[in-house]
Design a binder for this molecule. Structure first.
Ligand SMILES: [Fe+2]
Length: 328
């Protein structure tokens, strides 16, 4: 018996558009590679995603949502970010493509479907821009609705009867970069993303202009590019706790949380994946409506990482892809 009912209340009738503004509307997909696909399948299945295997590729879906949010490829090599795909409205594609051609396009990533137009970000990471339906939320996601509890009865399930956490969709990814300001400028100038908040040159959060959560992509300073974490929206703090507990029971014991971030305001639990990076359960992140200019600010890092929660694990910001690069 589920204690929380799933909701998909964040799909409006019409896709919103900020007037006279050119930019992508969604992070459509993130793609990375790992040594072994079986390990990825076990991890993301335990995390609560619907995983679909296709040869050497694992596609990541959220239950009850038709979109593929991420793909994991196996190549026997250490984990590595391969590319990001952004979605744009049809009328914006050519203007964006003109801008991208002027900067210089690149070949489609060999692991991709080859669609759309391709470029590299300043760190050399391939980016794909395609015409696609808007999959980022267009209104603030609503909490899941708990079923009513009869007066005189306990609301919590038994431990053995606890439901699984099921993420509703991808929220964002956080990438490592050697140069945070350079990534802010590039993603603003080329893709039309907007700065939400930052902590100096250490971390920055960016949203899309046509209604977006506080961040769909973020950048953290490191010696090399890489994927720090993917973040998945769940419907309640209870879901965060249920996910964390289930992952621990499955042997994924290293994590951080439960806590609450300052920038973005979301409640979180990060579980460490088999490759030393992280997957985040996220609930109640801030939202930037299409008619609001978010007051981007620069925050002191010691006062803006998290409001409450356990101490940060020592290896939380270790970039395993940098190690892999050095080792290679
Ligand atoms: Fe996050």
């Amino acid at each position: 018996m589920a204690t929380i009912m799933d909701t998909q209340a964040d799909t409006p009738a019409r896709s919103p558009r900020r007037p006279n503004t050119l930019g992508v509307h969604s992070l459509d997909r993130f793609v990375f590679s790992v040594p072994d696909l079986g390990e990825a399948e076990r991890f993301y299945q335990a995390f609560g995603l619907d995983v679909r295997r296709d040869g050497n590729r694992l596609d990541l879906y959220a239950r009850g949502h038709p979109h593929c949010w991420g793909s994991v490829h196996a190549n026997g090599q250490p984990k590595r970010l391969q590319y990001l795909c952004f979605g744009a409205y049809e009328e914006d594609f050519e203007p964006l493509a003109r801008r991208i051609r002027a900067l210089g396009i690149c070949d489609p990533h060999p692991l991709s479907d080859g669609k759309g137009i391709w470029l590299r970000d300043p760190d050399g990471t391939p980016l794909q821009v395609i015409v696609a339906p808007k999959v980022s939320p267009s209104v603030k996601a609503q909490p899941a609705v708990a079923p009513p509890v009869a007066v005189g009865k306990g609301a919590a399930p038994s431990r053995s009867g606890a439901p699984r956490a099921r993420p509703r969709r991808l929220s964002h990814v956080l990438l490592f970069t050697p140069d945070v300001p350079r990534q802010i400028a590039f993603h603003s100038d080329v893709l039309g993303l907007r700065l939400s908040d930052r902590s100096g040159d250490i971390i920055a959060f960016m949203h899309a202009p046509h209604a977006s959560e506080h961040h769909l992509v973020a950048f953290a300073k490191s010696g090399a590019p890489g994927l720090h974490h993917s973040s998945w929206d769940v419907g309640s703090i209870d879901d965060i706790g249920l996910g964390a507990e289930y992952m621990r029971a499955q042997g994924y014991v290293k994590g951080w949380g439960v806590g609450r971030h300052v920038l973005g305001s979301n409640y979180f639990y990060y579980v460490q994946d088999p490759w030393g990076s992280w997957a985040e359960y996220s609930f109640d992140i801030d939202f930037v409506p299409v008619d609001v200019d978010w007051p981007a600010a620069d925050h002191p890092p010691e006062d803006s990482f998290y409001v409450w929660g356990p101490s940060v694990p020592d290896d939380f910001v270790v970039n395993r892809e940098q190690r892999a690069t050095v080792a290679a």
